[in-house]
Design a protein around this ligand. Sequence first.
Ligand code: ATP
Length: 220
Amino acid sequence: MEKIGIMGGTFDPIHYGHLMIAENAREQFGLDKVLFIPTGNPPHKQRQHVTEAIHRCRMVSLAIEDNEAFAMDETEVESSDTSYTYLTLKKIRDRYREAHLYFILGADSLFDFESWKEPEAILEHCSILAAYRKHEHQESFFQQIGYLNCKYQEHFFPLNTPNLEVSSQDIRNRLQYGRTVRYLVPRNVELYIRKHHLYEGEAMEDEKGRDREKAEKGIG
Ligand code: ATP
């Protein structure tokens, strides 16, 4: 049976953390292919400024061009609706009817999983491969996997991958303040960012968006 990995993300911009977990998922679970699906209109980032999809997609294409098992999928950016994972997975399922689907995510998303729309519908279509991310405690990461496996009947698996303490937010901040992003993103992605002056003067806007969101939710 064909095994397809799905790496969803805002990819604003894509970085080595994303590529590292996708490649290790490919190896560990013997995936035939990993689809990178940039979000169109992500529900959890509605208040943040998100870079135009065309740039995020081009950066993904550049980042994955040297890995023949990686491919980009524009399902979400082609739609103007909010990008809910369960709907995206239904579309992918229609295309790969016989395949086993594996959704790849980082631990922060694992802790949010229950708040995603239609978690049961997501698990109807795929297994979840979760990578530990440095800022979570490793013990609570494995506890969360155990807890979700009890609740949703054994769909969650830990990924064995090196931890890269890198985030798109960190990269945007570095660019805002003129700092280096070399070795955090592939060189061709860095050159693309520089050529198109992406993220110059945007990190502050991001922070403002987050503060607004927190204030509205009454957090922080
Ligand atoms: P931002 O900093 O803007 O929130 P991000 O770096 O978390 O972005 P996303 O595009 O939102 O990147 O992430 C897509 C997926 O990749 C998520 O499941 C996230 O948990 C995971 N991910 C991102 N960076 C890492 C990393 N360094 N290690 C493990 N997983 C990661």
